[in-house]
Design a binder for this molecule. Sequence first.
Ligand code: NAG
Ligand code: NAG
Ligand code: NAG
Length: 289
Amino acid sequence: MSSSSLILFYSFTLLPVLICSVSINILAAKQGFSATFDCEHHTGSHSDSNNEANPPTPQLQQAYIVLQAWKNAVQSDPGKFLSNWVGPDVCSYKGVYCAPAPYNETLQVVAGIDFNNASLTGTVPDELGLLSDLALIHLNSNGFSGVLPTSLSNLNLLYELDLSNNHFSGPFPSVILSLPALHYLDLRFNEFQGPVPPQLFTKGLDAIILNDNNFTGSLPPALNGNSPSAIILANNNFGGCLPPSIANFANSLDELLFSNYKFSGCNLLGFLKQRNGENREEEDEEQSA
Ligand SMILES: *[C@@H]1O[C@H](CO)[C@@H](O)[C@H](O)[C@H]1NC(C)=O
Ligand SMILES: *[C@@H]1O[C@H](CO)[C@@H](O)[C@H](O)[C@H]1NC(C)=O
Ligand SMILES: *[C@@H]1O[C@H](CO)[C@@H](O)[C@H](O)[C@H]1NC(C)=O
């Protein structure tokens, strides 16, 4: 499956970052990566190739402008996470990961931004859409708020978007639907509300994690397309029945959590029987509890 396309795009330093993140565990398991990969030395410092200053290519010059704009959009940084975000060598900035561009391997570009657990507050600036080589954005466990800029539609290589545990709000950010390379979406623990567009479920994502928001409406009546490994919808305000077609996903889903989903009047039993190969009645009880 296409989960490995990132490795084709970006052969190198981003991979350890991916494996380090808690959020990637589902994909990592699927790809057979070792979950015990030692990430310590990758997170604090950068790869050896970045120790010498990177030549100021147009891409890195633009990244400088974007990242300084983001620094300005940060309202508080109690842990001084951004304290080394000074000067043109953006590849040495904490939380910024450079890699050879997929289209020119002698060209260093900004391929990942990882602010996991940095306690930053503020917003995501429109300028972020200019970092068109980004494959990974991890903002897990910060205090970011506001809405996602529509300029993110320029991020044609974006593979993982983790906004979990922030204060993002507003309707489902439909710009996400326009990201052609996206495989992993984690919006859990934010303040998004309103319906989730049906296209999200047929877009070929590996993981769709939406729990603990205030999404409403029901899932689309027909699901098809590429199967996600994980769909997690718990603790929202979804209503209605599970679509019968979700059984199409049954054999490939590793993780499907619908707790607090309102199942009244639905044929849940039929779904679970299909999913579990007829034999797992104890789980029926669990799920309908
Ligand atoms: C690749 O990038 C290098 C460094 O910027 C540049 O000198 C070279 O012309 C580029 N090659 C192509 C094919 O664009
Ligand atoms: C996040 O940071 C806090 C302190 O800032 C720390 O106590 C906690 O262990 C960190 N969590 C992770 C998952 O790194
Ligand atoms: C969730 O949305 C519903 C309907 O719009 C609203 O009544 C409710 O207050 C919201 N809950 C939270 C926690 O925002």
